[in-house]
Design a protein around this ligand. Structure first.
Ligand code: ATP
Ligand code: MG
Length: 372
């Protein structure tokens, strides 16, 4: 069993406090992606789990063992470091075999694992080259190889694929996922690329400034972002945001009024709002929008500003005063720049947030969500 439990973690570097009273549960056999912007604490967190950084407070459990006071080498972890940390003057073969030699594993077994690991990662032809004689992407695969060759219960991979070109990146992340599932291993993969996280993770933990913003399945985070930060961070295209005020419409139905639009507000949302304040942000994804040539109820007035070709899809750009809004369509509309149009977001694809706190306003299936 290699579930990981972090409790009450505190960690600073001099005056910079990275974590305070931080908690996280990583489940046995899952691939958890740690996602967050630069400086959010991703590397620090996995270095803490690995035992490479001292804690100021808190405890870390791996399976049933309290490893808080254990040396890194007793934690049974396979790790890749951001920046690889390979031995540049040694061959790929020596880099791969080194962690096994340290553990006094028999030569024949080491040779077997080197061959199979190198084959899995497509670096078999590089075994006798020195690290400094191979490319950055190849080094990255050697670093992954050095973690998987140890056959650990827990993998901690810090940006393992960020330097690979697009096609190699897709194939290596698929390979990592397959490997993790075949071995039933627990894997924590750090990335700042949400597309990698959405593609491979069982769950994603979003970090910002050392605080857990949300943890859940890729689908949870995409469909029900817990706050504006997660809503902005997740999704291939940026979510569109508009702000408005709550008011009563015809027959007393709650409405959200903003510049150039009026949207019906779900009763569950309206009920939670203090009508005196009532400033809320509505978000909708470019992939959940219809574009109409004339005004209808619930549509947002915009001005066409151009088109971006994306192969299967076209992204239509619009202006709304100072703001930009975008929509993703299968068929380009060929709208003339400057012409008027109306966007109608799918009503069940609207996300409502408190403008002041950024928190998601609960909607009706809130009880089903797995996220915290
Ligand atoms: N050795 C160190 N000494 C001082 N401050 C550090 C040290 N390592 C990290 N920090 C600081 O701690 C915070 C978290 O850093 P960390 O490396 O964990 O971020 P990260 O999420 O991995 O970022 P990136 O995506 O850029 O790798 C940052 O503010 C960083 O400047
Ligand atoms: Mg980092």
């Amino acid at each position: 069993m290699a579930e990981v439990r972090l409790r009450g973690i505190r960690k600073s570097y001099g005056p910079v406090q990275v974590f305070d009273n931080f908690a996280l549960d990583i489940r046995d056999g899952e691939l958890l992606c740690l996602l967050g912007p630069s400086g959010s604490g991703k590397s620090t967190l996995i270095r803490l789990i690995a035992g490479l950084e001292p804690l100021e407070a808190g405890s870390i459990f791996i399976g049933p063992r309290d490893v808080t006071a254990l040396e890194p080498r007793h934690r049974h972890i396979g790790m890749t470091f951001q920046g690889y940390a390979l031995y540049p003057h040694l061959s790929v073969r020596r880099n791969l075999s080194y962690p096994l030699q340290v553990r006094k594993i028999a030569d024949a077994e080491i040779a077997r694992r080197v061959t199979s690991t190198a084959a899995q990662l497509g670096i078999g032809h590089l075994l006798d080259r020195r690290i400094r004689q191979i490319s950055g992407g190849e080094q990255q695969r050697v670093a992954i190889g050095r973690a998987i060759i140890q056959e650990p219960e827990l993998y901690l991979l810090d940006e393992p694929i960020s330097n690979l070109d697009a096609s190699l990146r897709e194939s290596v992340r698929g390979e990592l996922r397959r490997l993790q599932q075949t071995l039933g291993a627990t894997m924590v993969m750090v990335t700042h690329d949400q597309m990698d996280a959405l593609a491979v993770a069982d769950r994603i933990a979003v970090l910002q400034q050392g605080k857990l913003q949300q943890i859940g399945t890729p689908r949870d985070l995409y469909r029900r972002p817990a706050n504006l930060f997660v809503a902005r961070f997740i999704g291939r295209l940026r979510m569109n945001f508009l702000s408005g005020r709550v008011a009563e419409g015809e027959g007393g139905a709650p409405m959200l009024h903003g510049d150039g639009f009026s949207l019906a507000l779900p009763v569950e949302i309206a009920r939670r709002l203090d009508s005196a304040r009532g400033e809320i942000v509505v978000g909708f994804r470019p992939e959940a929008v219809e574009i109409l040539p004339t005004q209808v109820a619930g549509a947002i007035s915009v001005v066409a500003a151009g088109e971006l070709f994306h192969g299967e899809q076209t992204i239509e750009l619009f202006d709304r005063g100072e703001e930009q809004v975008q929509a993703m369509l299968a068929v380009p509309l060929g709208l003339k720049r400057g012409s008027s149009a109306w966007l109608r977001p799918a009503p069940d694809a609207l996300h409502f947030f408190d403008r002041e706190t950024g928190e998601r306003l609960a909607d009706k299936d809130a009880t089903r969500e797995e996220t915290r």
